[in-house]
Design a protein around this ligand. Structure first.
Ligand code: ZN
Length: 188
């Protein structure tokens, strides 16, 4: 069994505290308006439980994966608190919000293949969580068609992540299939 050092546990708890504080005023777009922080925690859990990922920097990056994209956190803060390695993974996972949505979505597909190992792991775990969220508690106002398009898009991104972790890939395939079935049933 793996042993974690005091530093490993500190890194993860500090990432969790930092992320919770930065996302504290944000909610997910589902009907229940789930606190935003539940999402990065779920991504970290999928890595840990399903993926068997035991690299604490990857787990920390999962907890922090949306702080640059979605809050006013500066890259220097992440570097200072969590180191250059965690920062570089978080940057790989951050879309440039100045670009139009369609460009950001296209870039995610194009860049998936080029991502580092840790970034690929967080990305596939993120897509697993998003597919589950979209199909079980969809954002308010999203039509079945929009949800279906979203699922199709994640499939194209995940195509570029193949080979990073067999358990995560199998789990993605499973949630995608379940999600598509659920949408089909709802659409009928
Ligand atoms: Zn995410």
């Amino acid at each position: 069994m793996e042993r974690f050092t005091e530093e490993d546990v500190s890194l993860i708890l500090e990432a969790l505290e930092f992320s919770a504080s930065r996302h504290r005023n944000q909610r997910r777009k589902d009907a229940g308006q789930t606190p935003y922080i539940n999402h990065p925690i779920s991504v970290a859990m999928v890595l840990w439980r399903t993926g068997g990922v035991r690299d604490c920097r990857t787990i920390a990056a999962a907890l922090l994966h949306d702080v640059i994209e979605d809050t006013d956190t500066r890259p220097e803060e992440i570097e200072e608190l969590f180191g250059a390695e965690v920062l570089s993974v978080v940057l790989e996972l951050s879309d440039d919000k100045r670009l139009p949505r369609e460009d950001r979505k296209r870039l995610q597909i194009e860049r998936a293949r080029l991502a580092s190992g840790p970034a690929k792991l967080v990305k596939i775990a993120d897509k697993i969580c998003n597919v589950i969220d979209i199909t079980h508690s969809p954002p308010r106002g999203w039509s079945i068609e929009r949800q279906t398009d979203y699922l199709d898009w994640t499939e194209k991104v995940v195509e570029g992540l193949k080979g990073c972790n067999a358990s995560l890939e199998a789990r993605y395939d499973e949630v995608l299939r379940e999600g598509r079935d659920a949408l089909k049933n709802r659409g009928e």
